[in-house]
Design a protein around this ligand. Structure first.
Ligand SMILES: [Zn+2]
Length: 105
């Protein structure tokens, strides 16, 4: 065998990209089908960032996003938009929040 595995470095940019990938529902695959059709509780993500409209499934994830993207703004849980509370699940014709189309342009 040759040598040791090099330790991987994680840059802030890379971590932010991973966070974005983990918290943004791109609506792909079978799992995204229910979200795409908007049949389940008004979209996958529960909370929406009031500053940049990114969505997250819970407060903890949103706080990580907030600390990463808006470090100069005080994190205020009460200012988050609760999508499940504000959007009735019955509406199916509206485009769902937190669902982004293909990244390919
Ligand atoms: Zn944000």
């Amino acid at each position: 065998m040759t040598g040791k595995a090099k330790p991987k470095k994680h840059t802030a940019k890379e971590l932010a990209a991973k966070l974005d990938a983990a918290t943004t529902n791109r609506g792909g695959g079978k799992a995204g089908q229910a979200d795409r059709t908007g049949q389940v509780k008004g979209g996958h993500a529960k909370l929406e960032c009031p500053h940049c409209k990114i969505t997250a499934p819970d407060v903890k994830t949103m706080q990580i996003h907030h600390d990463s993207k808006h470090p100069k703004i005080q994190f205020d849980e009460s200012k988050l938009n609760n999508l499940h509370a504000t959007i009735p699940a019955a509406e199916s014709s509206m485009p769902r929040p937190g669902i982004r189309g293909s990244l390919k342009k």
